[in-house]
Design a protein around this ligand. Structure first.
Ligand code: PMP
Length: 323
């Protein structure tokens, strides 16, 4: 679907996958005026296909658009684009447990203009790709690298938006994590370099089983994850107290070493829930629960998977069947 400031949204169409032609002066290529979402279509046991909290993705997309001076995409247009693509590609929604059709809605500035100002023309597009189970043989605790040099999001910046520029800025830290033998990078807050923000593409939870309390970094500069939000509700309903706080790296290290911190997990649409085993810093490693996947981590993971794949009662109205 195209957008022009004077015309609004126009020319919606579904077309075969292929290259997009852009003017070399298209402002997205120079100033990165671009946003996206990541979501999945799930196959149900009866052969049907559905989505998990798609309106939450639509709302976050518009929040990102606002931050990036881009037009709002009406929720019904967003939903319609997803319904149309999934119905065309329905045979590509995998049937294996934990597999899904990954959906990537995105919008970018197409106006050919080299001055620095918000563009007047945009393209909204949606592509899809089958995604296998994230883990071949059950979730394996990941090792994560603490980025001391790079931060992801400063107050007043674009951390809460899902825009390509955030990920561009995170690549050097991700490369550093890989060089240090880690799967993921964890970012600290940009002001004090003390509090934990999030991973490159996942939010974090810290479980204290003896207190029945779970901590998670509060919203502000991090991406408001839809999986994060679901976990806060599900854990609360399961009798845990969930506190959204400033959680420091020092506390993480001390409580992991003392054993008070019993589980840490990361969550997001791609991996659902991933146990965190070892944390690596330039001056040494520390490990949570002998790097074993924890009980609550695995329980919440199963609860979420069952909901997403339409196998559990949907008491929250999160599941939306399409076919
Ligand atoms: N943080 C970042 C930086 C991400 O890219 C993602 C993935 N969208 C998340 C957190 C998790 O968000 P969600 O649960 O909505 O996938």
């Amino acid at each position: 679907i195209k957008y022009h400031v004077d015309k609004g949204w126009y020319e919606p169409q579904v077309e075969p996958y292929g290259p997009i032609t852009l003017d070399p002066a298209a402002s997205v290529l120079h100033y990165a005026q671009e946003i996206f979402e990541g979501m999945k279509a799930y196959r149900y046991d009866d052969g049907g296909v559905g989505l998990f909290r798609p309106e939450a993705n639509a709302r976050r997309f518009n929040a990102s658009a606002k931050r990036m001076s881009m037009p709002q995409l009406p929720v019904d247009l967003f939903m319609e684009s997803i319904k149309q693509l999934v119905s065309v590609d329905k045979d590509w929604v995998p049937t294996q447990a934990e597999a899904s059709l990954y959906l990537r809605p995105f919008m970018f500035a197409t106006e050919a203009f080299l001055g620095v100002r918000p563009a007047k023309e945009f393209l909204y597009t949606l592509i899809a790709s089958p995604a296998g189970a994230y883990f071949a043989s059950g979730p394996k605790p990941v090792t994560i690298w603490v980025s001391r040099e790079y931060t992801r999001a400063a107050p007043g910046g674009t951390g809460t938006a899902k825009c390509g520029g955030n990920y561009a800025a995170s690549l050097a830290a991700q490369a550093e994590a890989i060089e240090n033998g880690c799967d993921q990078v964890v970012f600290l807050d940009a002001v004090e370099r003390k509090y934990v923000d999030e991973l490159g593409g996942m939010n974090l939870f810290f479980v204290y089983e003896n207190d029945q309390v779970i901590y998670t970094p509060k919203l502000g500069t991090i991406l408001p994850g839809i999986t994060r939000d679901a976990i806060i509700s599900l854990a609360g309903e399961a009798g845990w107290e969930v506190r959204e706080v400033d959680y420091s790296l020092d506390r993480w290290r001390e409580d992991a070493n003392s054993g008070a911190l019993t589980e840490v997990f990361a969550c997001g649409t791609a991996a659902v829930i991933t146990p965190v085993g070892t944390v690596r810093e330039a001056d040494g490693d520390f490990t949570i629960s002998k790097a074993q996947a924890g009980k609550l981590t695995m329980q919440l993971r199963q609860t979420l998977l069952d909901l997403q794949h339409g196998r559990a009662e949907d008491r929250h109205g999160w599941v939306q069947r399409l076919l």
